[in-house]
Design a protein around this ligand. Structure first.
Ligand SMILES: [Zn+2]
Length: 76
C-alpha cells in the first residue's frame, strides 16, 4: 500500500531531503553571492557587471561614471 513521505527542500538549491537536519546543512553550505556596486557622490548605486569588457556598458568604469550622474536626463 502506498504511504505518505515528507520531504524537506533546500530553499537555495531546491535539493530534496528526507531528514530535516540534512536540508538545513545543505542550506547553510551555500555561499552568499558577491556583488560589486559603484556608489556615486550623492549615494546613487549602480551595479557592476563583472563579465563586461573594461570601459564597456556595464563595466566598473562605466558604473563609476554613471553613479555620479543624475537619473534626470535634464541634469546630466
Ligand atoms: Zn542546497
Amino acid at each position: 500500500m502506498a504511504k505518505l513521505q515528507e520531504y524537506y527542500r533546500c530553499p537555495v538549491c531546491d535539493q530534496r531531503y528526507t531528514i530535516l537536519a540534512n536540508a538545513i546543512k545543505c542550506r547553510n553550505q551555500h555561499q552568499p553571492r558577491k556583488e560589486l556596486w559603484a556608489i556615486g557622490k550623492d549615494g546613487k548605486g549602480v551595479k557592476v557587471n563583472e563579465h563586461c569588457a573594461p570601459n564597456s556598458y556595464g563595466s566598473a568604469e562605466w558604473a563609476l561614471e554613471e553613479a555620479d550622474k543624475s537619473d534626470f536626463i535634464s541634469q546630466r
